[in-house]
Design a protein around this ligand. Structure first.
Ligand SMILES: Cc1ncc(COP(=O)(O)O)c(C=O)c1O
Length: 376
């Protein structure tokens, strides 16, 4: 139940046993074309796809260094570790960063974003972390941002590393120019492949203004794909096989069913864990579907709690980041997540709290979650 990497189905693990092939062969063309086509379906886009052999940060870095130059003006909401890192990366390019800062657990409102666009007609790009993994918040107005980016002729860039696949993110419908994710979160594949989609407009810019780097220069990937359906550098072949299998499983289940499963399991976790006596960290309307962040009860020791949960019940959850260390813990709700995971997690957390001397209402938690899970 980590906020990534998440559980990987056996079918996906077994896919990695396929032979290591020549990445300049027809076999590779078949594999990589299938990866691109299935990624397009999951991203709901016809845009170019690059499946980078890198962790999510690689895709995020590529999404910045290929678009942002010195003195460019960029708007970005910041309310946690990952949005902060993204803003630092953008600032590192010498850009003029307009940060819309809000307290952790709370998103900038759409009106705040609109005001920033109104005040900055010359903005070059809007960057946003869809799901702030460090605090368990999710932005719910991505559909409306494209009116602003189109009006100001700005690029629209989304880091959906910890959510894409868990909710519908229609890249083309919402006119997202660059969208990045990581295989190890809602897509339920091993870490190491990070796909990125690039619109025709962003692609043109990237080809005409390449960054002074090699590995994350996306123009090279477009060129190789167009010429031969190859990648410019040796890809992580076993991970590509696994990633393809994970996408196949998702498409077999059906994207709408996958989204519904995530939503219902998330609702059941929030309400069940609240019923045993815990409180979610994030503001209600900003709460993430895939990361359930909860406040620690007074005096509860983070390490002892998580160690007991792991050792006695085999349930892994994550602690807090930075200032939130020791104050919150985070339960991942993505990928393979099912009623089994929800019920077992609530029961294990409740028992762990009881073993540590806290009064909990396990029965109420399980009953509340069962009710929610009836929607599946
Ligand atoms: C929103 C977000 N962006 C970027 C990253 C970085 O991904 P990685 O750790 O795979 O490099 C993460 C990782 O959790 C994330 O949650």
């Amino acid at each position: 139940m980590l906020p990534g990497p998440t559980n990987v189905p056996n079918r996906v693990m077994r896919a990695m046993l396929a032979p290591i092939i020549n990445h300049r062969s027809d076999d590779f063309v078949e594999l990589y074309s299938d990866v691109v086509e299935k990624t397009q379906q999951v991203f709901q886009t016809q845009n170019d796809i690059v499946a980078l052999s890198a962790s999510g940060t690689g895709a995020v870095e590529a999404g910045v260094i290929n678009l942002i130059k010195k003195d460019d003006k960029v708007i970005i909401p910041v309310n946690g570790e990952f949005s902060n890192r993204l803003s630092q990366l953008i600032a590192g390019q010498g850009a003029n960063v307009i940060k819309l800062e809000t307290p952790p657990g709370q998103n900038a409102t759409f009106d705040q974003v609109k005001e920033a666009f109104d005040n900055n007609n010359d903005v070059k790009a809007f960057y946003v972390v869809h799901n702030e993994t460090s605090t368990g918040t999710m932005v719910n107005y991505l559909d409306r941002v494209s009116d602003l980016t189109s009006r100001n002729d700005a690029f629209y860039v989304v880091d959906s590393v910890s959510l894409l696949g868990g909710v519908s993110l229609p890249v083309d419908k919402w006119n997202i120019d660059v969208c990045m994710t990581g295989a190890q979160k809602a897509l339920a594949a091993p870490p190491g492949i990070s796909p990125i989609s690039v619109s025709a407009k962003a692609k043109k810019y990237m080809i005409e203004n390449p960054p002074p780097t090699m590995y994350f220069n996306l123009a090279r990937y477009f060129h190789y794909y167009e010429e031969s359906k190859h990648t410019p550098f040796t890809p992580a072949l076993p991970l590509l096989y696994a990633y393809r299998e994970a996408l196949t499983i998702m498409l077999e289940e059906g994207l709408e069913t996958v989204y519904k499963r995530h939503k219902v399991c998330s609702d059941a976790l929030y309400s069940g864990l609240s019923a045993i006596g815990l409180t979610p960290f994030a503001k209600e309307e900003d709460r993430s579907i895939s990361i359930v962040a909860l406040n620690y009860l007074e005096g509860l020791q983070d390490k002892t709690f998580r160690d007991t949960l792991a050792q006695k019940f085999k349930v892994l959850v994550a602690g807090g980041f930075g200032d939130l260390k020791g104050k919150v813990f985070r339960v991942g709700c993505m990928g393979e997540v099912s009623p089994y995971h929800v019920m077992r997690t609530i029961s294990a957390i409740s028992s762990t709290l009881a073993m540590m001397g806290y009064e909990t209402n396990a029965q109420a938690g399980l009953k509340t979650a069962e009710e929610k899970l009836k929607d599946l």
